[in-house]
Design a protein around this ligand. Structure first.
Ligand SMILES: *Cc1c(COP(=O)(O)O)cnc(C)c1O
Length: 394
């Protein structure tokens, strides 16, 4: 008899993840099934990635068709899906730009960082500003911008000078950004910190501060974009445009992809040979992303995300329970905030009740379902939540 997958995972994998609580075998729509056949409503979507849920016909068809046609070209050759995708992304943005295609979020940020480094070197700008508790990825460049000591410090010091400011504090940002600053890296809402939105006006101020000093404003929309907040991009709420934008997670609907978009001078700062990726612009991933964007548009999912998101947030806010202090976030990107650090207990109780959520912080439970989640499915979670909280509090 073969050992369960989790035991084999533990024996074969490095211990960096610990051992996840269940092994998933398949999915359909907003549901997934584990290896024992138990069904769960997926309210985390592989960390805000599976935007169209699981086994969506549009994604499955796009991927299988492209894999059966041309699965890889490398950057030595052009392929049509990558060009269509870059054009499509630029069409959704309100200013002319240029795209670099990568394979993950952290790589999209590495591209942004290299743009900022090149810009800084050309203009005598020597340091970067990022936010405390921010998350930008695990490769060394992105990690050096990540404001979370527990995951950063043991791998430092890093070769670039990054100064951290409290997130959401426009005065602190203004103090930190001088004419010597090359770039400011921010998330529109801090995802891994627990879905923490900034106060109103923060991004208008950030844009002004960068304009006044000449620092590039780099927005890490890896978690927040592609409909997650009910808009294509979260920065569209704030009516600002960054100089550099990074994307990944929900863009491929589950296929690995990342993108970095530059605007203005940042669009064309790289010269031939400055950057690259063997898999970047992979036609299968690009075809998946085109299916995601096409489906969001054809099914009116942005309005759907706003409507179901409001209902979910209101429903959580209406629950009176001593363990629940409130809800924050926007669209289908929420955190139920706890009065005590018991998010793992809530996550486990939710799973036993058939719902997958994520203990993103000790006192915050992240809810980021597929964008196609129905109102009925959202209501089923709201109906179950009081008992889940009760079990977690016990
Ligand atoms: C997930 C995430 C990243 C890193 O993406 P990977 O694909 O895991 O490398 C970077 N920034 C933000 C805001 C993220 O949420």
């Amino acid at each position: 008899m073969t050992a369960p997958l989790r035991e084999r995972f533990e024996a074969a994998f490095m211990p960096n993840y610990g051992v996840p609580p269940v092994a998933l075998a398949r999915g359909e729509g907003c549901h997934v099934w584990d290896e024992d056949g138990n069904r769960y409503l997926d309210l985390i979507a592989g960390i805000a990635v599976s935007s169209l849920g699981h086994a969506h016909p549009a994604l499955a068809e796009a991927v299988s068709k492209q894999a059966a046609t041309l699965a890889h070209t490398s950057n030595l050759f052009v392929n049509e899906p990558e060009v269509l995708l870059a054009e499509r992304l630029l069409g959704l943005l309100s200013a002319p730009g240029r795209v670099f295609m990568a394979n993950s979020g952290t790589e999209a940020n590495e591209c942004a960082l290299k743009i900022a480094l090149k810009y800084g070197k050309a203009n005598g700008r020597t340091y970067f500003v990022a936010a405390e508790n921010g998350f930008h990825g695990r490769t060394l460049g992105a990690l050096s911008l990540t404001g979370k000591a527990s995951i950063r410090d043991q791998f430092g010091p890093f070769p670039i000078d990054v100064r951290f400011v409290p997130y959401g504090d426009a005065d602190a940002l203004k103090q930190a950004v001088t004419d010597d600053c090359a770039a400011v890296f921010l998330e529109p809402t801090q995802g891994e910190a627990g879905v923490v939105p900034p106060p109103a006006g923060y991004f208008t101020a950030a844009r002004e501060i960068c304009d006044a000093t000449g620092a590039l404003l780099v927005l890490d929309e890896i978690q927040s974009a592609i409909g997650r907040t009910g808009h294509w991009f979260a920065h569209q709420h704030d009516g600002i445009l960054p100089d550099v934008l990074t994307l990944a997670k929900g863009l491929g609907g589950g296929m690995p992809i990342g993108a970095c978009v530059g605007f203005g001078d940042a669009a064309t700062i790289f010269a031939k040979g400055d950057h690259g990726s063997t898999f970047g612009g992979n036609p299968v991933s690009a075809a998946a992303a085109l299916a995601v964007l096409g489906t969001i548009e054809s099914e009116g999912l942005l309005a759907h995300v706003r409507a179901v998101g409001v209902r979910l947030a209101e429903g959580i806010a209406a629950i009176r329970h001593p363990l629940l202090s409130g809800v924050r976030g926007r669209g289908l990107w929420l955190a139920a905030v706890l009065t005590e650090p018991r998010s793992v207990e809530v996550q486990d109780a939710a799973r036993r009740a058939g719902f997958l959520v994520n203990a993103v912080q000790p006192d915050a439970v992240r809810i980021a379902p597929p964008l196609i989640i129905t109102s009925e499915q959202a209501e089923s979670f709201l109906a179950a939540l009081p008992a889940i909280l009760q079990e977690a509090a016990a």
